[in-house]
Design a protein around this ligand. Structure first.
Ligand SMILES: Cc1cc2nc3c(=O)[nH]c(=O)nc-3n(C[C@H](O)[C@H](O)[C@H](O)COP(=O)(O)OP(=O)(O)OC[C@H]3O[C@@H](n4cnc5c(N)ncnc54)[C@H](O)[C@@H]3O)c2cc1C
Length: 417
């Protein structure tokens, strides 16, 4: 069985790429393989703590492939401003027009997979396991554990940070650990405002992201031992420590105090989970007959809420280039069709990882560096062109082409309120 493109990994990135390619109607067959069954739509009243914040570009992309409206309206919670401040307390940033959405990972994957199953030229094999790949002239043979053999012009590795595709195609990866892991859970607050909060604490950043009703997602980055401790303490003590982290007065108030008004947390409504963090970059994002996207190509610290959004920009760039190549009859697996994606995606992913690393170094806790970091907060907050530049970078505006080949008309901008 031959496919133009065979995607290994039907998570949020792989299923999104399948949708974009299928929407273009330029490919005769696309196959998506995942080791796990297609997830069910989330139905719980309490939001799942495994969630992502989406930038306006990522939201626009979901509308372009027809998956946005497949998610129940309530579960597409929007926010319109973002407040960032520091435990040391002399600077802060307030982004008044910083639109974003908080969505459960399961809701995104389910919507993408539902959309994919509506295309007659898409085959979904899930659960199914790849045994190995043999690269031949002009194609790759993919053998599954059940003995099935498939052929394709291009294998896309969208199989997460431990990517089998990356390993089997002998693409190396540079990896370094962060001093943090992530503690996530869903909580209820005393009131709900459409604002995302992030406070930089001595131990690492904590984010409070608004879901629907008065639910919020907590993403608390901490040293692993501290995360383990916070996972085990009784819920009432956890709420107390959480409120202290968000509300304790800043250490200094000179030249100006920047205590911000985050909501008070009343109740924890899910289990607490922890995830290890890693900074990882594949040594190359493409090779002959293979391309990597999403976490298979790169992972970063989630403090800026960009990991999956960078994966969406990969999807947009790769899908656009593959569609343009298909229009002129180019082989999708040839290096000529892939090199533009490789250059662009490496550039924005490296820039973003470098930017995050710079922020983390600023949090190395010594001497007067507190003042330097808080002065930067104030500088960005008070110089409108700098603030707009910062915001456009966080919105994803610079990383994707202005027109996307799978839609004849771009969806208009949409704000959550
Ligand atoms: C605590 C935390 C908070 C985060 N918050 C944010 C946020 O706010 N915003 C944001 O943008 N990002 C965030 N991220 C990052 C985001 O979760 C990831 O970047 C995203 O999930 C990656 O999606 P993916 O599809 O590339 O990989 P994955 O989600 O890992 O999906 C990989 C898929 O491949 C399948 N698979 C694996 N191996 C194989 C195989 N051999 N064969 C076939 N299939 C296979 C898996 O079953 C899975 O379905 C956060 C991450 C963490 C840990």
């Amino acid at each position: 069985m031959y496919s133009d493109v065979l995607i290994v990994g039907g998570g949020m990135a792989g299923s999104a790429l399948g949708c974009a390619l299928a929407t273009s109607s330029l490919f005769s067959k696309i196959t998506v393989i995942d080791t796990t069954p297609i997830p069910k739509a989330p139905e719980n009243e309490v939001p799942d703590p495994r969630c992502v914040t989406l930038t306006p570009i990522s939201q626009k992309f979901m509308r372009s492939i027809g998956t946005w409206n497949l998610i129940e309206e309530k579960r597409r919670a929007g926010f319109k401003e973002m407040k960032v401040w520091d435990y040391y307390g002399t600077g802060s940033m307030l982004f008044e027009d910083s639109y974003g959405w908080v969505l459960e990972n399961k809701a995104i994957t389910h919507a993408n997979m539902t959309r994919l199953s509506q295309f007659p030229n898409v085959e979904i094999l899930a659960p199914a396991k790849v045994k190995g790949f043999s690269v031949r002239t002009g194609e790759v043979e993919v053998e599954l554990e059940d003995g099935q053999k498939l052929t394709t012009s291009l294998v896309v590795g969208a199989d997460g940070k431990e990517s089998k595709v990356r390993n089997d195609f002998k693409i190396g990866a540079w990896r370094s650990t962060y001093p943090h892991c992530g503690l996530v859970c869903t909580v209820k607050a005393d009131n709900k405002v459409p604002t995302a909060y992030q406070r930089f604490l001595k131990t690492g950043p904590i984010a409070l992201l608004p879901f629907w009703d008065d639910y919020y997602s907590i993403v608390w980055s901490l040293p692993p031992l501290e995360a383990e401790r916070l996972k085990k303490i009784p819920p009432a003590q956890f709420i107390e420590e959480l409120n202290k982290a968000l509300h304790d007065p800043s250490i200094v108030s000179f030249p100006v105090s920047t205590q911000l008004d985050a909501p008070m947390i009343r109740e924890i409504t899910t289990d607490r989970f922890s995830f290890p963090y890693a900074l990882q970059h594949a040594s190359k994002f493409v090779d002959s007959r293979v391309a990597l996207i999403g976490d298979a190509a790169h992972t970063i610290h989630p403090m800026a809420g960009q990991g999956y959004n960078l994966g969406v920009y990969d999807v947009i760039n790769l899908a656009h280039d593959l569609c343009e190549a298909a229009k002129v009859g180019k082989d999708p697996g040839s290096l000529m069709s892939l090199e533009n994606y490789a250059t662009r995606s490496r550039l924005y992913n490296t820039l973003f990882a470098g930017f995050e690393q710079f922020i983390l170094w600023n949090y190395t806790d010594f001497g007067l560096i507190h003042y330097w970091r808080n002065a930067n907060f104030s500088l960005i907050n008070n110089i409108p062109p700098l603030k707009s530049l910062f915001q456009a970078g966080a919105n994803g505006t610079y990383y994707v082409p202005s027109h996307w080949s799978w839609v004849s008309e771009m969806p208009p901008e949409e704000i959550p309120f």
